[in-house]
Design a binder for this molecule. Structure first.
Ligand SMILES: Nc1ncnc2c1ncn2[C@@H]1O[C@H](COP(=O)(O)OP(=O)(O)OP(=O)(O)O)[C@@H](O)[C@H]1O
Ligand SMILES: [Mg+2]
Length: 289
């Protein structure tokens, strides 16, 4: 249990706060790309709602040490793809997937794979903060350890995990004196960092973020962006965003989706300056979407 929630230290350049109006192509955070081992590999992934195929034959890999942004117009399948990466898609009635998603070479959809364990390894944070309203700040962070049978850490270990996770989520200093207070007493930005801390507590290999700053003010947005940027050394991050400047600020690879298909994935600076597909160029120059 000792390695739970302990980040692997990786030297990093500090996050550079860039004004929102800065053109994506000149963001200092967009380059260079240092691609590590392949963490998640997606092969011929289709996602259905009933008979409707909303994700179409997607092939993509997510590597250690990288933040991958997924961009594309509303309804193109970004959230659906993200939910397929940790088996959340199948929780929607009538929804199913075809194809393969490998985490460290193991198919998360294999017969016998446990979706709860998959979600502890591949954490997710949504557009609106989703703290458990009846739980304290501490218990929210520790919530991922409930119902694990024999694998539950002791109370002291849990306290350590809670502190480490809150520190990694850049929230510890703000809440350390009120850990027993209700989580709904926190601001929206704090609640979102709490949800990130909760996702980090089980020491996931991968963190999926679906428009995590969409409901936040600019200061909270910047804090979450800084956090995402800093996390890249210890967790593989995939972030869906509508904001191309945000993609440029926090990611080093960007994927562009359209009508359920993955059109193009490239180093962020390359995708925004020299897209290979005319549809990508049309989107990033604002000609549609
Ligand atoms: N629960 C659902 N039931 C049926 N269809 C759905 C469901 N959720 C999404 N869809 C459909 O799947 C397609 C992709 O939706 P998805 O939410 O993945 O898009 P998105 O790119 O995340 O859009 P946005 O940017 O608006 O969040 C859309 O056509 C949408 O209507
Ligand atoms: Mg979405």
């Amino acid at each position: 249990m000792t390695d739970l929630a302990s980040p692997r230290p990786t030297p990093q350049r500090p996050y550079v706060a860039v004004p929102v109006a800065t053109p994506a192509a000149v963001s200092p955070n967009a380059a260079p790309v240092t691609v590590g081992a392949e963490r998640i590999a997606v092969h011929h992934l289709d996602a259905f709602y009933g008979a409707t195929r909303s994700v179409r034959d997607v092939n993509i890999a997510f590597h250690d040490g990288t933040v991958t942004a997924i961009i594309g117009p509303s309804g193109c399948g970004k959230s659906t793809l993200l939910r397929c990466l940790n088996r959340m898609h199948e929780t929607i009635p009538g929804a199913r997937t075809e194809g393969e998603v490998l985490l460290d070479g193991h198919d998360i959809y294999a017969r016998g794979a446990n979706p709860i364990q998959v979600r502890r390894r591949i954490g997710m944070v949504f557009q609106r903060p989703t703290p458990f309203p009846t739980m304290s700040i501490r218990d929210n962070v520790a919530a991922g350890f409930k119902g694990l049978g024999g694998d539950v850490p002791s109370r002291r270990e849990l306290d350590e995990i809670v502190e480490r996770s809150l520190q990694r989520a850049a929230l510890w200093d703000e809440v350390k004196d009120r850990l027993k207070d209700s989580a709904i007493g926190l601001s929206g930005g704090q609640q979102q960092r709490l949800c990130i801390a909760r996702a980090l507590a089980t020491n996931p290999r991968v963190l999926l973020l679906d428009e995590p700053t969409a409901s936040l003010d600019p200061i909270s947005t910047q804090r979450v962006e800084e956090l995402v940027y800093e996390l890249r050394g210890s967790v593989t991050v995939v972030i869906v965003t509508h904001n191309m400047q945000q993609a440029a600020r926090v990611s080093n690879r960007t994927a562009f989706m359209l009508a359920g298909e993955l059109v193009e994935v490239a180093p962020t600076s390359a995708l925004f300056t020299t897209p290979k597909d005319p549809r990508t160029e049309a989107y990033i120059t604002g000609r549609f979407g």
